[in-house]
Write a protein that binds this ligand. Structure first.
Ligand code: AMP
Length: 287
């Protein structure tokens, strides 16, 4: 595995690979790698001949008072994990290399970026969309894999890549979970022992929604209220949001229509740690 920090060098390597007719897949991360990231690498390897991983803790997607400074940065461990996962190139630039003096251009991701994560974290998706488009320009991939764990981010990226005719195929990867159902996340290490015991309640809430919709219920707003009660039942957690949305537009959905896809999305705070999770529900066509 080659480690590259210079954007121009990465770009010329990617260009060279393209000239050799290599099919390039990219996995973008902020490091502190875990099983979720590695599952993205495996999916990229299945679909592409060369896998580039980017490792960049992007300052512009963190709001004031968020965890940019304390975000974990175990670089040596990440490089070892990426190498043993079979990543071909690890692109790990500094903030100054990505945002040199004079940098001004940014992407406006539109209305989808203003609800849920976007309304609670103003400017977050503008930061995400801008850095993703920059990293796509630097790594020149045919395919980019993003986790469904960050479902709203995935929807924003799909929209931006389509709207800007970037031409990279965007592939969503399923959520990787611990044995007790907690979605793997670089932020799980912030949880106290007690909070870690309670965190699987998010998955319990999802399981309830899966069971109720599976039995034919279509009253999504009530099911979401029941799911929220489950999160609050065994914990002192506070909910930023927990609801069903239209899977494509992220507009609030209260009643399921056969044939349409929805997503139960949630952001829950355990002390100072904020966890997100979601589940996609495809309402079956009536027989
Ligand atoms: P991050 O390093 O948190 O920015 O995540 C980098 C990529 O990994 C994003 O596409 C995330 O959606 C994805 N990811 C993070 N956690 C998981 C998970 N538990 N399952 C699947 N993908 C994940």
């Amino acid at each position: 595995m080659q480690i590259i920090t210079d954007p121009a060098e990465m770009q010329s390597i990617a260009e060279g690979l393209r000239l050799q007719h290599q099919f390039i897949g990219v996995v973008m991360t902020m490091g502190a790698l875990h099983e979720g990231h590695l599952s993205l690498v495996r999916l990229a390897q299945k679909k592409a001949g060369i896998v580039i991983m980017t490792l960049f803790v992007n300052p512009t997607q963190f709001g004031p008072g968020e965890d940019f400074e304390r975000y974990p940065r175990p670089f040596e461990q990440d490089a070892a994990l990426a190498r043993s996962a079979g990543v071909d190139y690890l692109f790990a630039p500094s903030p100054e290399q990505i945002y040199p003096d004079g940098f001004v251009t940014a992407i406006d991701p539109g209305p989808m970026a203003e609800s849920f994560e976007g309304s609670l974290r103003p400017g977050h998706f503008k930061g995400v969309a801008t850095v993703v488009v920059k990293l796509l320009g630097i790594t020149r991939p045919h395919l980019a894999v993003f986790g469904e764990k960050d479902a709203q981010q995935l929807a924003v990226i799909r929209r931006a890549v389509a709207d800007l005719n970037i031409g990279t195929v965007i592939e969503g990867a399923p959520i990787a979970r611990e044995n007790d159902g907690l979605a793997t996340s670089s932020r799980n290490i912030y949880l106290s022992f007690e909070e870690r015991q309670q965190a699987p309640l998010l998955f319990k809430a999802i399981s309830h929604a899966r069971q109720e919709t599976g039995s034919g219920r279509k009253d999504l707003a009530s099911i979401a209220r029941e799911a929220e009660a489950i999160v609050h039942s065994g914990s002192a957690a506070s909910t930023d949001y927990l609801c069903f949305v239209d899977d494509e537009t992220f507009e609030l959905a209260s009643e399921a229509v056969p044939g349409k896809a929805y997503r139960l999305i949630m952001a829950v705070r355990f002390g100072s740690t904020r966890l997100i999770d979601n589940w996609k529900y495809l309402c079956p066509n009536d027989k």
